[in-house]
Design a protein. Structure first.
Length: 195
């Protein structure tokens, strides 16, 4: 478990370093829109390989090279070389970074797929694949106890589910949790919504 956590941190640091390098390079940027990352010359299994978290790891040159490929054999070779360049310990069998990445993609597909769109290609899935499981997801500006039962109501338009998750509020989050998150050494993504 400790090794998996270390690999997760390594993946986050690796992605962060790539983002910083890309932001400061002044050169070409990697496209991130799905339409710009689809290689229609390849089979369906490989044509959308760049769509999702891998597009945030690939350099602009790698993305351009992959999009220029015209057959599946070359694409498969490219993918193997892509992961070989990112292997934290090439002297050992396997690539734990790739294994972790692919496991997180499967988890993201299971958790975040929507209307036939793979979860790994959604914003939530991409974030999960790159940074792993959030430490906690339960804060709002003001404390709330949650909605009392009955939480489900039937309407002419369908079912309405109103769980109203409980949480301690922004002040408690800043005082109790933010200091610990700052010490993690990896990027922390937060969203604050006003009521």
């Amino acid at each position: 478990m400790r090794r998996r956590a270390r690999l997760g941190s390594l993946l986050g640091v690796f992605v962060g370093a790539l983002l910083v390098a890309g932001c400061g390079s002044g050169g070409a940027t990697t496209p991130h829109r799905a339409a710009d990352l689809n290689n229609t010359y390849l089979s369906p299994a490989l044509s959308q390989w760049l769509i999702g978290a891998v597009s945030r790891m690939a350099t602009a040159e790698e993305a351009q090279a992959y999009l220029a490929l015209r057959d599946d054999a070359a694409a498969t070779t490219f993918i193997e070389q892509f992961w070989a360049r990112r292997d934290p310990d090439p002297s050992r069998a396997g690539n734990p970074l790739r294994d972790l990445f692919e496991q997180r993609e499967k988890d993201a597909d299971r958790r975040f797929s929507e209307a036939g769109y793979l979860g790994r290609r959604t914003d939530r899935g991409r974030t999960y694949v790159l940074y792993g499981e959030p430490k906690k997801i339960d804060f709002e500006i003001n404390p709330r106890e949650g909605n009392p039962p009955v939480r489900i109501a039937e309407t002419p338009a369908g079912m309405v589910n109103s769980i109203g998750l409980a949480n301690p509020g922004l002040d408690a989050f800043c005082a109790d949790h933010l200091p610990r998150l700052s010490d993690l050494g990896v990027p922390v993504i937060a969203e604050v919504n006003r009521p």
